[in-house]
Ligand binder design. Structure first.
Ligand SMILES: N[C@H](CCC[C@H](N)C(=O)O)C(=O)O
Length: 288
């Protein structure tokens, strides 16, 4: 795979970083080479280094302005990424690919609406409608007789762990804890991520409730491992807490890389959420 001359932008949302490739005017990386390409360029020490890769591509949907694709650093393509869609939206706005303050984005998790706040033509803050979630176990998916998995126990690496599973397009397991400092993330993160109960694996989050409007959380991401932040994970953790009546609908989420604000809403008997936060451009580059 000849990468010479390939242009990219390196961006992050709360330290959850992505390499952004502009394919809005045509394919840059061949479809069948994308997984291996992503594994290669995400390798820190040997290449650019990143949690994943984002591709900006045209949308065939009449409802959408543009299409968002994301790959984890293991080369898998998940349905959605909260920090990533903020980076993506900033890239699309700042580079005048779509000059709109309200962006309609096609994703594998459906159409997402992004409200962009800008200053002097540069996007600085984003309010993303993450859409409706589901707690139905068949839709997570998780192998269980339960219809929903709400603070139910799963036997994980020799211990019974209570967790709540929810999908916001991608799957999440939320474990409430008295103290995130007590969590052995490197043990229970991968043990939950790859547990046989989750046929598509799962993102794992450990959440300490400070108040009904504030939490601290740690994340172990499906297909990546530890990240400084997870936008869909923060959204899922608040939705799980709200579902369990442990949280109100407006919650400040403290992640190792920074803060996100999550606002839960109810629609058609389901729970949805807005995610609010920033995104940064660190550098642009070209492969040699
Ligand atoms: N690793 C996740 C995708 C990235 C999610 C995360 N970076 C975010 O900000 O939502 C998965 O396989 O579902």
């Amino acid at each position: 795979m000849d990468l010479k001359g390939l242009k990219f932008s390196k961006m992050h949302g709360l330290g959850n970083d992505y390499i952004v490739i502009d394919e809005s005017e045509g394919e840059v990386v061949a479809e069948d080479e994308k997984p291996e390409f992503c594994q290669n360029v995400c390798r820190s020490g040997f290449s650019i280094g990143s949690d994943g890769v984002i591709f900006v591509t045209p949308s065939s949907s009449k409802e959408a302005d543009i299409r968002f694709r994301i790959f984890n650093d293991d080369g898998t393509e998940p349905e959605m990424c909260g920090n990533g869609i903020r980076c993506f939206s900033k890239f699309v706005y700042d580079n005048k690919i779509i000059e709109k303050e309200i962006l309609k984005v096609e994703t594998l998790a459906g159409l997402k609406t992004v409200e962009i706040t800008s200053k002097n033509g540069i996007a600085t803050f984003f309010k993303v409608d993450m859409g409706l979630s589901t707690f139905k176990t068949a839709e997570i998916p998780i192998k269980t007789e339960e219809k929903e998995f709400l603070n139910n126990e799963l036997f994980v690496d020799g211990e019974n762990i209570s967790m709540t599973t929810v999908s916001v397009g991608n799957p999440h397991a939320v474990v409430l804890t008295d103290s995130v400092d007590s969590i052995d993330l490197n043990r229970f993160g991968p043990a939950i991520e790859t547990h046989e109960a989750f046929p598509e694996k799962i993102n794992a989050h450990f959440v300490e409730i400070i108040s009904k409007n504030e939490i601290i959380m740690l994340t172990w991401e499906r297909g990546v491992g530890y990240t400084h932040a997870c936008g869909t994970g923060a959204t899922s953790s608040v939705l799980a807490g709200y579902k369990l009546s442990e949280l109100d609908n407006n919650v400040l989420v403290h992640l190792p890389g920074g803060e996100l604000e999550i606002e839960v809403y109810e629609k058609d008997g389901e729970l949805g959420a807005f995610m609010k936060g920033d995104a940064e451009l660190v550098f642009t580059g070209e492969m040699v």
